[in-house]
Write a protein that binds this ligand. Structure first.
Ligand code: PEP
Ligand code: MN
Length: 341
């Protein structure tokens, strides 16, 4: 249920409503917008329907939430959420006016190689660094990532470049460990519906990048975000990375219409990953540009100084020079739609 308050509702009236609903065993969620304050209520709808919510002073209107996702929905919060990523005085803001460029190799493969890649993407204009230490590989015989050693390298790269780090966590048992090194926890496509893992990252205070499951609908994806939000972690961003369709030319079908769909449904920031979305390096820049034009808040691109030597996803990795050109193109596009990089 959603309570829309009158523009002239007083803080005492708001407090009175909050205290009363808590007595009913209902969890209130207050969203203070520019024009109106909204109180979202999460609790048994059948009980809420029996309560005279409209009789409370300060209340303008009461509406049921028809969507299965509540905290993620625009009904609960009308303004876009802005997520702050990184400790220190100048965190990166995802979901604000500036588009965030996340870049780096698919995997952390070695200390020297990763530090060189990190310097290169920073010089090219990246605002965040990516790299996997725990890798969800389709084959158990493929490189599985460097594990904790990789996390140490990521932390060193962050110190050196000043860029916040996003890296994947695959297992509930590793959330603490990865959380000690990462600025943002990535939930990979294969784990989008791993509800135990979603709950566990929801109990941390770190921002979460939730990648879309390869066969997940927009609704299922938002319900997965709801698991994280429902544990109290409000910093969730959604990352479109392509879905399975009949088309096999590309590794996945990058669903850019999902960006527009999410805008209609949620206040959460949206990131697009054209690397996994296409699987083909040559196609990455055009799809990244299209994502900016479609309104994405961030782009995640796999960049490798020497793609033919990459231990994972070399075929879809672009070189730093190509990334630098892409950053400049995205900057121009962002300007055209009233945003910046
Ligand atoms: C990745 O970002 O390297 C990755 C494994 O992505 P996804 O989970 O989207 O396949
Ligand atoms: Mn990858």
């Amino acid at each position: 249920m959603i309570i829309i308050l009158r523009a002239d509702a007083t803080p005492q009236q708001v407090q009175h409503i909050l205290e009363t609903v808590v007595e009913w065993g209902v969890q209130p969620h207050v969203s203070r917008g520019v024009e109106r304050t909204i109180i979202g209520l999460i609790g048994p709808e059948d009980i809420l329907r029996t309560k005279p919510l409209e009789a409370f002073p300060g209340v303008e209107r009461v509406m049921p939430v028809l969507k299965p996702y509540k905290r993620a929905s625009l009904d609960f919060r009308r303004e876009p959420s802005v997520i702050r990523i990184g400790a220190g005085p100048h965190p990166v803001e995802l979901g604000g006016q500036r588009i965030v460029m996340m870049a780096g190799p698919c995997s952390v493969e070695s200390r020297d190689g990763f530090l060189a890649a990190a310097d290169a993407v920073r010089d090219a204009g990246a605002t965040m660094l990516r790299g996997g230490a725990f890798k969800p590989r389709s084959s158990p015989y493929s490189f599985q990532g460097m594990g904790e050693e990789g996390l140490l390298i990521l932390a060193e790269a962050r110190e050196r470049t000043g860029l916040p780090v996003v890296t994947e966590v695959m297992d509930t048992k590793e959330v603490d460990l990865v959380g000690r090194y990462a600025d943002m926890l990535q939930i990979g496509a294969r784990n989008m519906q791993n509800y135990a893992l979603l709950r566990e990252v929801g109990r941390t205070h770190l921002p979460v990048l939730l990648k879309r499951g390869m066969s997940a609908t927009v609704k299922e994806w938002l319900m997965a975000a709801e698991y994280v939000l429902n544990e109290g972690n409000e910093s969730v961003a959604l990352c479109e990375r392509g879905i399975r369709t009949f088309e096999t030319y590309t590794r996945n079908t990058l669903d850019l219409s999902a960006v527009a769909a999410l805008r209609r449904e949620t206040h959460l920031p949206v990131v697009v990953d054209p690397s996994h979305g296409t699987g083909i390096a040559e196609m990455v820049p055009s799809m990244a540009r299209a994502a900016v034009a479609a309104g994405a808040d961030g782009i995640m691109v796999e960049v490798h100084p020497c793609p033919e030597k990459a231990l994972s996803d070399g075929e879809q990795s672009i070189v730093p020079a190509a990334f630098q050109a892409l950053v400049e193109e995205c900057r121009a596009l962002a300007g055209a739609i009233g945003r910046g990089l």
